[in-house]
Design a binder for this molecule. Structure first.
Ligand code: MN
Length: 227
């Protein structure tokens, strides 16, 4: 009787493990420590500036893969109970790279919105800070675009806020995130080839030029001043 129960239990466990493994590839997995953010738009909603195919690969495969790596690496460690931001502040090596890429992409995808829904220019305190620190909104966009096109290889260009509320633009290779420098990330532009190659091939400059159409400055405004 005990043997039969044990066999049934083992059988059930193996079925559960398979189910969990399958669920790990889904954004709605309820067992993983970290989950992908639900996107507040349809996969085709950012067209024609960002195709459904790009989103399916970038969010559905790349972002998901970084997330799966983090969940695998934190299992059974103290990081399992820490917020993602803390992991990015404290870890190093492969865990840092993957955790930072999850955080970077969370910020990136949640900054985007369909063209008709996006707020195309900041207002209020953020708009005032941009004018103060860069001269104008357009001058800031030019600086961001210039940094993004001149970054060699893979990386991110960030608009971030320092402890005094001043804005800075920084260029980071690979998975770099401003929180490693004590800054608050407001807007991140992904310049890895996987972010634009399907839609723009090697034309990174044009991909950034088009990205402005789907950046929602309402989201960036909400991040500003939260330090
Ligand atoms: Mn990416």
């Amino acid at each position: 009787m005990i043997t039969i129960l044990l066999l049934l239990k083992l059988l059930f466990m193996s079925v559960s493990t398979t189910t969990v493994a399958a669920a790990m590839t889904s954004a709605t997995d309820t067992t993983a420590v970290f989950k992908l953010p639900e996107l507040p738009y349809e996969m085709s909603a950012l067209e024609p500036y960002m195709s459904e195919e790009t989103l399916r690969y970038h969010y559905g495969k790349h972002h998901q893969a970084y997330l799966n790596n983090v969940n695998r690496m934190v299992a059974g460690t103290r990081y399992e109970r820490e917020p993602l931001e803390e992991i990015v502040r404290e870890s190093d090596g492969a865990l840092l790279n993957n955790a930072a890429q999850v955080l970077n992409h969370n910020i990136y995808f949640l900054t985007l919105a369909p063209e008709v829904a996006a707020k195309h220019e900041p207002e209020g305190a953020l708009a005032a800070a941009i004018k103060r620190d860069f001269g104008s909104f357009d001058a800031m966009k030019v600086q961001l675009a210039k940094m993004a096109t001149s970054l060699f290889g893979s990386g991110w260009v960030w608009l971030a806020e320092n402890k005094n509320g001043n804005l800075v633009i920084l260029s980071e290779s690979n998975a770099g995130n401003p929180i490693r420098h004590g800054l608050t990330p407001l807007l991140g532009i992904d310049v890895w080839e996987h972010a634009y190659y399907i839609d723009y091939r090697n034309d990174r400059a044009r991909s950034i030029d088009q990205l402005w159409n789907i950046i929602d400055w309402r989201v960036v405004e909400e991040r500003y001043g939260k330090r």
